[in-house]
Ligand binder design. Structure first.
Ligand code: GLN
Ligand code: ZN
Length: 767
C-alpha cells in the first residue's frame, strides 16, 4: 500500500483569516485569546481539508514564520529581545516586527532581518548567531498542536526544520562559524525529538532543503555528524528535501541514518531512479510528485505510468506527497467563481493538489479502474489545456520566432547615445527624478473600488485618474524635478496592471499567498501565449506630457519581473514565455517612442529573485533574462533614453549582466547602506549612468539636504559625478504626500547645492 502525506498547508486561511486576526491583534482591537482561538480554529479547518491523507502535518502552522517558530522552539532569540517584558507572544512579535501589540514605544531594538526562503517569494526571519549562542528547548508550541491533533484522532506528523538547514538559514553576527554551534544544537534537537515521541509522534518530518544547494565539505560533514547523533531518538525521521535536484548531495541524502527520505520529484524527476537504487531497503521513499509551487493540475495518467513500476518495486516503502509545503499556493480553487470555466479546469490549488495525491494512491493501491471516471476527467482537462487556442496563439509564436537576432541591440553605442540624448534632453548635472509611483491616496483606491462595484463608469474613472495625474505633474513642477513621471495612480500593482491588458493572463479572486507575516500577494496567472491587444500606458503618459514641458518618463514593468511575480505556465520553458513578454513590452516601448516619449523606464524589480539556487545555473538564467530585457528595451532610436530600476543593490555577483542590459540609466536602492553597495559598480567600471537612491522610501523619515548631499558625495567617490542622477530608492506609492513633498523638496535643493558646489569633481567638495 502506498502511504499519502502532506509536508505543510498554507496557514493564512482561505479568506486570509490569519492576516486579519494578526492585524487586529497588533492594533489592539483584539487580545491574545482571540488570536489563539482563531489560530486553533484555522488548524482545525486545515486538518479537515487534509482528511483522507494517511499522515497530516502538525506544527506547520505559524503565527508569523516557521523559521522564527523554530528559533523559539530552540530557545534562541536575539539577545536584545531575550529580557523584554510581557508574554512570550509579545516577544515573538517583537522579533518578528520590532514591536508587540503591547508596546506603544518599544525601545527593544530592530526586528529580525527578513530574507527570501530559498528561491520562493516567501520571506523568513533570519536567526542570529554568535559564538555564545546557546539553545534551551521550548516544546510548548509543538506540544499544543500535537495535543489538538491527538484530541481529534488525527494521524499527526510533526514538522520541524532540520539542524543543518536551521544553521544555514541564519547569519553569524560576530564572524564566528555557525557550524561550531552544532555540538550545542544537537542535544537540543535530540531532546525535542524525544519530547515529540513522548507525545505520541511516531514520525517526525525534518526539513533539510539545503540538500538541494551546493554544499562544501564542512556542511556535508555536518550532515553526517547531526544525523548520526539524532538517529537514537525515539521517533522515526522523514528527512525532507525540496525546491530542486539533489545532484552531488544525492548519495549523502541516501546514506544518512533516517527512516525515510522525501524527494521533490517534480523538480528532480530524473533523480528518482538513481535514488531508488541508492536508498537502503529499510527506508521509505516519499516522492513529491505533485508540484507544490504552481497552480496547475497534474497529468495523473502519465504520472501513473511512471509510478506503477516504482510502486511494484518499493511496495509499502512508497509514500506520495506534494513536492514541498503547499505554503506557496492558494488554499482552494472551489472558492473562485469568476474564472473562465475552460481555464479553471486546468488548475489545482492546495486543496485540489491533495485530492490528486489521494487519487494517485487509490489508483496504485486498488487499480486504475477504481478511479477510472476521475482519471478520465483529468485526462480530458489536460488535453483541453494542451489543445486550447487560448494557450496557443500561432501569431505570437511566429512573431517571437521572427524576432531578428539583433532585436536586443541598440543602434549606437552608449557614448553616441549619451551625446544625442544630452542634446535632446538638455538636463542639468545631477538630474532629479522619481522612480514612478506617487502616493496611492484614498481617492485613488476608492475610485478603483467604485469602478469594480459599478458605482462609477470608465469615463468617471478616467477623469479621476487624469485629475490625479495633473496633481502629480503640478507638484513635481513646483518641486522643480527635472524628469517627471505620471505617478502610476491607475496601477494597483505593477504586474497585475499589465497582465490585465495582455492575452495569456488571468486573475484569481482569492488566490492569496503569504509573502511574510500578514503580508500576502495574489500572483497573476500566466497560462498562455502572451500578446498585446492594445497600447497599455500611452493614454496616461501622453496626458501627463501634455501638461508640462519637462520630459515625462514612460513607465513599464519589464518581462523578467512580469514572469517572476506570476504563476507561470509549465508547458514550455520559462525562457520562451519571457521572450513573449519581452515582445509585448517592446511593442509598448515603440508606441511610447512614436508618440514622442523621450525617456522610457522599464522596471526589473524582480530580476535578481529569479536566480537559481545553484550558482552553476545562474549563467543560463541570466542569459535569457537579460536578452528578454534587451528585446523589450532596445528597439528604440539612439535619442530615446532607456532607464531601468531595481529595488536592491547587491550587484556584486551579477554586475556584468546588469551592464549587459545596456540601459542608459539604472536607478537602484542604496540609501540605507550609505552607498557602500556601489562598490560593485566601481570595481566593474559600470559604463552608463546611475541613480543611487538617496531617500529610503521604506521609512517615514524625511532625509535632510545635508544627508542627501553626503550620500551623493559618497556616490561620487565611486562613480564619475557627471553620470549620477538623484532619486529615491523606489516608488513612493506606500508613502503619504506629507512625507513625500518635503523629502523631494530636500532632494531638489540638495541637487542645486551640489551643482553650485561642483566645479569639477563632486567627491572633493565639502558642504
Ligand atoms: N515604478 C514602480 C513604482 O514606482 C517601481 C516599483 C518597484 O520597483 N517595486 O512604484
Ligand atoms: Zn523599486
Amino acid at each position: 500500500m502506498v502511504t499519502t502525506h502532506n509536508l505543510g498547508f498554507p496557514r493564512i486561511g482561505a479568506a486570509r483569516e490569519l492576516k486579519f486576526a494578526l492585524e487586529s491583534y497588533w492594533d489592539g482591537s483584539t487580545g491574545e485569546n482571540d488570536l489563539s482561538q482563531l489560530a486553533a480554529g484555522l488548524r482545525q479547518e486545515h486538518w479537515q481539508r487534509q482528511t483522507g491523507l494517511d499522515w497530516l502535518p502538525v506544527g506547520d502552522f505559524s503565527l508569523y514564520d516557521q523559521v522564527l517558530d523554530m528559533s523559539f522552539t530552540l530557545g534562541h532569540l536575539p539577545a536584545r529581545f531575550a529580557k523584554t517584558e510581557g508574554s512570550s507572544l509579545d516577544r515573538y512579535f517583537r522579533v518578528a516586527r520590532g514591536r508587540s501589540a503591547q508596546d506603544t514605544d518599544c525601545q527593544c531594538g530592530a526586528a529580525g532581518e527578513l530574507t527570501k526562503w530559498f528561491d520562493t517569494n516567501y520571506h523568513y526571519i533570519v536567526p542570529e548567531f554568535d559564538a555564545h549562542t546557546s539553545f534551551t528547548i521550548d516544546p510548548s508550541r509543538l506540544r499544543q498542536q500535537l495535543a489538538e491533533a491527538n484530541a481529534r484522532d488525527i494521524k499527526a506528523k510533526p514538522v520541524i526544520i532540520g539542524p543543518i538547514t536551521y544553521l544555514w538559514l541564519g547569519k553569524s553576527i560576530d564572524g564566528s562559524n555557525r557550524l561550531d554551534l552544532l555540538p550545542k544544537l544537537l542535544p537540543a534537537y535530540a531532546a525535542l525529538l524525544d519530547d515529540m515521541a513522548a507525545q505520541g509522534a511516531s514520525w517526525v518530518q525534518i526539513d533539510e532543503p539545503v540538500l538541494v544547494t551546493a554544499l562544501d565539505a564542512a556542511w556535508r560533514h555536518a550532515f553526517h555528524l547531526a544525523y548520526h547523533q539524532l538517529q537514537h531518538s525515539n521517533t522515526r525521521l522523514l528527512l525532507a528535501t525540496y525546491f530542486g535536484r539533489l545532484q552531488d548531495n544525492l548519495q549523502l541524502a541516501c546514506e544518512l541514518p533516517v527512516a525515510g527520505l522525501h524527494l521533490d520529484a517534480s523538480s528532480a524527476p530524473d533523480e528518482v531512479d538513481r535514488l531508488i537504487d541508492w536508498l537502503p531497503s529499510h527506508k521509505i521513499l516519499s516522492l513529491g510528485v505533485v508540484n507544490g509551487r504552481n497552480i496547475w493540475k497534474t497529468d495523473l495518467n502519465s504520472l501513473l505510468e511512471r509510478l506503477e513500476p516504482i510502486h511494484a518495486r518499493l511496495q509499502d516503502r512508497l509514500w506520495l506527497a506534494p513536492s514541498c509545503s503547499l505554503l506557496h499556493v492558494p488554499v482552494d480553487l472551489d472558492r473562485e467563481d469568476k474564472f473562465d470555466p475552460e481555464i479553471k479546469q486546468w488548475m489545482a490549488f492546495a486543496t485540489q493538489k491533495l485530492d490528486e495525491i489521494q487519487l494517485l494512491a487509490r489508483a496504485l493501491n486498488r487499480g486504475r479502474d477504481t478511479v477510472a471516471g476521475q482519471l478520465a476527467e483529468n485526462a480530458q482537462a489536460i488535453a483541453s489545456r494542451t489543445a486550447s487556442p487560448r494557450v496557443n496563439n500561432p501569431a505570437v509564436k511566429s512573431a517571437v520566432a521572427k524576432l531578428a537576432k539583433t532585436a536586443g541591440q541598440r543602434h549606437g553605442d552608449y557614448e553616441t547615445r549619451a551625446r544625442k540624448q544630452a542634446s535632446r534632453l538638455t538636463l542639468p548635472m545631477f538630474p532629479t527624478t522619481t522612480i514612478g509611483s506617487f502616493p496611492q491616496t484614498t481617492t485613488i483606491r476608492q475610485a478603483r473600488r467604485h469602478l469594480r462595484q459599478g458605482k462609477i463608469d470608465q469615463a468617471d474613472y478616467r477623469s479621476i485618474m487624469r485629475a490625479e495625474i495633473s496633481r502629480v505633474i503640478r507638484e513635481q513642477a513646483s518641486l522643480g524635478l527635472d524628469v517627471m513621471v505620471h505617478g502610476e495612480a491607475e496601477r494597483n500593482d505593477m504586474v497585475e496592471y499589465f497582465g490585465e491588458q495582455l492575452d495569456g493572463y488571468t486573475f484569481s479572486q482569492y488566490g492569496w499567498v503569504q509573502s511574510y507575516g500578514s503580508r500576502c500577494v495574489k500572483p497573476p496567472i500566466l497560462f498562455g501565449d502572451v500578446g498585446r491587444r492594445h497600447p497599455m500606458t500611452l493614454e496616461w503618459t501622453a496626458y501627463a506630457q501634455s501638461l508640462t514641458d519637462k520630459p515625462v518618463k514612460g513607465m513599464l514593468t519589464g518581462p523578467v519581473t512580469m514572469l517572476n511575480w506570476s504563476f507561470v505556465r509549465d508547458d514550455q520553458p520559462r525562457a520562451e514565455t519571457c521572450r513573449q513578454l519581452a515582445l509585448a513590452i517592446r511593442e509598448e516601448v515603440l508606441d511610447l517612442e512614436r508618440i514622442g516619449t523621450k525617456i522610457i523606464q522599464i522596471d526589473e524589480a524582480a530580476l535578481r529573485e529569479g536566480l537559481p539556487l545553484r550558482k552553476t545555473q545562474w549563467k543560463g538564467y541570466l542569459a535569457w533574462a537579460i536578452e528578454s530585457f534587451r528585446i523589450a528595451a532596445n528597439g528604440v532610436s539612439d535619442e530615446t533614453q532607456i532607464h531601468t530600476h531595481m529595488c536592491y543593490s547587491e550587484f556584486n555577483d551579477i554586475i556584468e549582466s546588469i551592464a549587459a542590459m545596456d540601459a542608459d540609466v539604472i536607478t537602484i536602492e542604496t540609501s540605507r547602506s550609505d552607498m557602500a553597495l556601489l562598490d560593485a559598480f566601481k570595481e566593474f567600471a559600470y559604463p552608463n549612468q546611475i541613480g543611487p537612491g538617496v531617500y529610503d522610501i521604506h521609512s517615514p523619515n524625511i532625509p535632510t539636504q545635508e544627508q542627501i548631499i553626503h550620500l551623493m558625495q559618497k556616490a561620487a567617490k565611486y562613480l564619475p559625478a557627471d553620470r549620477l542622477w538623484i532619486n529615491p530608492d523606489c516608488g513612493l506609492k506606500t508613502r503619504r504626500w506629507e512625507e513625500v513633498l518635503p523629502a523631494l523638496g530636500n532632494m531638489v535643493e540638495a541637487a542645486k547645492r551640489l551643482r553650485q558646489l561642483t566645479g569639477t569633481n563632486a567627491s572633493t567638495v565639502s558642504t
